[in-house]
Write a protein that binds this ligand. Sequence first.
Ligand code: FPP
Length: 243
Amino acid sequence: MTTYGATPAHVAIIMDGNGRWAKARGLPRLAGHRAGVEALRRTVRAAPGLGIAYLTVYAFSSENWSRPQSEVSDLMGLLKIFIRRDLAELHQNGVKVVVIGDRATLQPEIRSLLEEAELLTAGNGALTLAIAFNYGGRDEIARAARKLALSVARGEIDPEDITPAAFSSALDTAGIPDPELVIRTSGELRLSNFLLWQAAYSELAFLPCYWPDFSADHLAEAVREFGRRERRFGGLAPQDVAL
Ligand code: FPP
């Protein structure tokens, strides 16, 4: 299968560069993360108008715990503020909030805020916003494997039932289509443990700007650039088939 010119239904973003944005201005890293939340708000508002139905953002990775305790607690605080301040607007705009990642080790207060956001917005359909929090691709894959192994051990499924589709359904992103486009800001050229399974055939866009500078125009340009990509999924382009 080859496709061109379509709008990506699912865009996933590695919001990178908050710290460097702050440093360039002589500001504390927290100022960069705060400006990052503003950029996230802009992006969520712009996405539906560009035909995006699913937006996944990498807000806190399972490796981010290794940052200084003060920064970890700043990021936890920003998540709480984001949910508390923005939930009403998100709901009003028809945004369905889902959270991917391992919740087991999060503070109970954060867990219940996340559950409240998911519950309130579960029926919305304008945009699904998947927040990757305490998320790591390898951890997600290992947890899915454990779930499936448990089902085999209980006799609920056979090992032969573990197909790619069954595996996808055991991931945190069950029910969400794979991202067609993964964007990373700040000029770094790697996936950093983000959506490792789901991004198998994603188009990748690496933007030089720091995340706090990301705008609706950047998003629109990335979507336009996606439309110019030839996607072959391991097959051949139509003009090469007869050769
Ligand atoms: C990467 O920048 C960004 C993060 C680790 C966190 C992303 C968080 C936000 C955009 C704000 C929080 C949003 C919510 C909803 C909690 P970095 O700190 O690694 O930047 P650097 O590489 O320049 O140091």
